[in-house]
Ligand binder design. Structure first.
Ligand code: 13P
Ligand code: SF4
Length: 417
């Protein structure tokens, strides 16, 4: 099964049509329906092994060995332990994009979410296949910005007379179509590890031909929190310099004057996992664990990030925990699989989760050992299942946008300059 921007292999209804959910639904229901307008979501119809089969780890090992250098398994830090232990390389979304661009193997099994596999496919050679073990592993944030909505938003900027003074910058967590739209309009992509650098780069591009009387601006999507945190905490802009464009409101909910005055137009999107963290949790943990260092992902709200000691991507958080001295107390606000793993790997340090309640990323968790075994054994049998491939027209401009990001020097060590 191959996906070419639109999901295929989706469940069908009795009359044979593909059941859809209303466009814009943020989260696809257990992968059992298709939303052609969204980033992801199909039934995974594979012949999956039983999750209770105790032989699964051995089967994964055997298939991995049989495939040798014909496959490379990439794993995002949010993946389950049962999956990440089979990854040849692990990383944050920036590192994984680099790995994909450099991979030699004919098959890349991407243990992460759909936008990551899609980016890997855009950067890989056309003869390489990128496989996502469960095609329903989407991202609710990516689903919050749809291509048609971005077309409308850009038309809105044109009506306000500010489009020529605007460079679009999209977070990696977006569809290939959104990436292509940004690439075609001189924009680029960023991840949580290089957002400050990418936003500065974007402003530099505007200044080359800014419109007189209009503030140079960046349209940042889909994560309003990463955009705001970057603009205010790294670039030193004021909160008032940022406005929020709501794709569900007429005119985005903004007047022409508001658009003309703004430096950063933030898309109204967020991560449902990171938005759970609240500033009161930082206050509470500081009382509970004196001396604790609070590390947060930049997808958290500004009010949380402002209270933290360090702000960084998943890769940066890992490096900071590794570098902390024995006995250090560290509270982390990011996805729970990663925090639990860090706590287990550093028993000499007290690593705790910032929230009191469970906070897994539901779609990252869809990649489990049965799905991994299924795709690896299928490859051994000569079949590449669940391939993610991007249509050629989308591939062209999204690749340019991704390459602009990869050519920015290094990754930032922290969001806060
Ligand atoms: P990183 O870029 O830090 O890996 O984050 C990806 C992501 O999806 C966070 O929610
Ligand atoms: Fe998307 Fe949030 Fe999950 Fe990351 S943690 S993949 S942004 S839903």
């Amino acid at each position: 099964m191959t996906t070419i921007t639109e999901p295929r292999g989706a469940a069908t209804t009795v009359d044979g049509s593909i059941p859809t959910i209303p466009a814009g639904s943020p989260l696809l229901l257990l992968g059992r329906r298709a939303d052609p307008a969204s980033e992801r979501g199909v039934l995974c119809p594979g012949d999956l092994p039983s999750p209770s089969d105790p032989g699964l780890p051995e089967r994964a090992r055997r298939a991995r060995t049989a495939l040798g250098d014909r496959v490379v398994v990439l794993g995002h830090h949010y993946q389950r332990d049962e999956v990440i232990r089979f990854a040849d390389a692990t990383g944050d979304s920036f590192k994984l994009a680099q790995f994909a661009a450099e991979a030699e193997a004919p098959h890349i099994v991407f243990c992460g979410v759909h936008f990551m596999a899609e980016s890997a496919s855009i950067l890989a050679r056309p003869d390489q296949t990128v496989i996502l073990p469960d095609l329903a592993a989407g991202c609710s944030m990516a689903d919050m910005a749809q291509h048609g909505q971005l077309v409308d938003a850009w038309a809105r900027l044109e009506r306000a007379g500010v489009a020529t003074a605007t460079v679009p910058l999209t977070y990696m967590n977006s569809t290939a179509a959104i990436k292509a739209f940004c690439g075609e309009r001189g924009g680029a992509i960023c991840t949580s590890s290089n957002a400050p650098r990418a936003m500065r780069w974007a402003f530099d591009q505007v200044r080359a031909d800014a419109v007189a009387g209009v503030a140079p601006k960046v349209l940042f999507l889909p994560d309003q929190h990463l955009g705001r945190n970057t603009a205010v905490l790294s670039l030193g802009l004021r909160l008032d310099d940022c406005v929020v464009y709501d794709p569900w409101k007429p005119d985005g909910g903004l007047s022409d004057d508001e658009l003309r005055a703004a430096s950063v137009v933030l898309w109204k999107g967020h991560c449902s996992v990171h938005a759970r963290f609240m500033p009161g949790m930082v206050t509470a943990i500081r009382e509970e664990l004196p001396g604790v260092e609070v590390m947060v992902h930049p997808e958290c709200r500004y009010e949380v990030v402002r209270e933290a000691d360090r702000v960084g991507s998943t890769g940066q958080i890992i490096r900071w925990v590794e570098a902390a001295p024995a006995g250090a107390r560290i509270a982390i606000a990011t996805e729970l699989n990663l925090v639990k793993r860090l706590a287990a790997e550093h028993p000499d340090k007290e690593v705790v989760f910032l929230d009191d309640t469970v906070c897994f990323c539901a779609t990252m968790n869809r990649i489990d050992l049965p799905h991994l075994v299924w795709v690896l054994e299928s490859l051994v049998a000569g079949e590449a299942v669940n391939e993610v491939r991007v249509a050629d027209d989308v591939r062209h401009w999204s690749r340019i946008a991704l390459e602009r990001m990869l050519s920015l020097p290094g990754d930032d060590t922290s969001l806060v300059a």
